[in-house]
Design a protein around this ligand. Structure first.
Ligand SMILES: [Cu+2]
Length: 341
């Protein structure tokens, strides 16, 4: 029952765009220019196909209606046959002409949309590199500029009204970056850098996900795009750029020590410490993120504990092993990680 209710409410949410508390994704509610272009094209295609469908169905029903009943088996007269045939020829010619016109119309609409998508001015654009990993998103701001660059995971913040150039890469398999409210899909192909441009025009939290099957946990490879006012964005970028703060008390100090002395340090980076591995997400500001493990869990202390003690139960096959720690050490580690805002 509750599952059914849940389903009904997600359908309602999808239709109305009401987010019922959670970030949502909906290609029919564009929040930026690029998604707007795609949405317009979709409306044109839907409209054209609806007209074609209704016309065909009407013709079909009319043909059934006018067909000679099998009971009245009087052979049709020759003159009538010629008349019907002439009518049929005309109808087929008209149908073919309309089909060609319709298809040409759709072709023109696609080309215009494509040009519009390619035409987003990138002046003052923000450059962000996105690496699709099995199964999370590695996000690098200002790549190649040592004074401004920083890294995050599974969460992009962007300023409203400013164009964004995403450089998409993949070190393993093909992924696809899709945030329906903001932009069309774009694949991440190993060995190549493809670009995607977007601009958010309405502030909000938009959900995105991998849209190309990439292995066992493909379904749990989501991310969030947080579009905010430029001032708010600058504040966020500044805080992300800062190294992790020195632990303020003995428990956090102990937590950091646990991190440095356990396998965590072999896969994760925390800027400002000697942890700088890049196999897993950068944890310098992990506590500032809304979710854990690519949109799989809300970022709370309980979920963090569950993730660290048994990631394989949450995300079987994920490239992070379970790490067993004494209870005190785990608590200290959690307190430390929660302080990494
Ligand atoms: Cu995928």
């Amino acid at each position: 029952m509750s599952a059914r209710l849940n389903f009904a409410s997600s359908v309602l949410a999808a239709l109305s765009g009401v987010a019922y508390g959670a970030p949502f994704q909906n290609a029919l509610l564009p929040a930026g220019v690029q998604a707007d272009h795609v949405h317009t094209l979709w409306l044109i295609m839907l409209g054209t196909c609806t007209v074609v469908f209704i016309a065909l169905f009407t013709a079909f029903v009319a043909a059934l209606w006018r067909a000679p009943r099998s009971t009245e088996e009087t052979p049709p007269q020759t003159s009538r046959t010629t008349g019907t045939e002439r009518g049929a020829t005309r109808a087929v010619a008209l149908g073919a002409a309309l089909s060609i016109a319709g298809l040409l119309g759709l072709l023109v609409a696609s080309v215009v949309t494509d040009r519009a998508l390619a035409g987003l001015p990138l002046k003052d654009g923000l450059v962000i590199e996105v690496n699709g990993q099995q199964w999370w998103w590695q996000v690098t701001y200002a790549p190649g500029d040592p004074s401004r660059t920083f890294e995050t995971a599974n969460e992009l913040h962007i300023p409203v009204g400013r164009p964004v150039l995403l450089k998409l890469q993949s070190p393993d398999v093909i992924h696809s970056f899709w945030v329906p409210n903001l932009a069309p899909k774009k694949d991440l192909i190993p060995g190549r850098t493809l670009t995607l441009t977007l601009r958010a025009d309405t502030p909000g939290v938009y959900r995105g996900q991998c849209a190309e099957f990439c292995g066992y946990q493909h379904a749990k490879m989501a991310f969030l795009v947080i579009a905010e006012e430029p001032a708010q964005y600058e504040q966020w970028a500044q805080s992300q750029h800062d190294s992790a703060k020195e632990p303020a008390d003995a428990v956090r100090k102990r937590g950091r020590q646990v991190f440095m002395e356990s396998p965590c340090v072999m896969c994760h980076a925390i800027q400002g410490t000697r942890a700088n591995a890049r196999t897993g997400p950068d944890l310098t500001h992990v506590a500032s993120r809304m979710t854990l493990a690519a949109g799989t869990l809300p970022n709370t202390r309980g979920h963090l504990a569950g993730w660290i003690t048994n990631p394989q139960q949450v995300k079987p096959g994920a490239n992070m092993p379970a790490v067993t720690l004494p209870a005190d050490d785990l608590q200290a580690l959690l307190t430390y990680l929660e302080s990494l805002k």
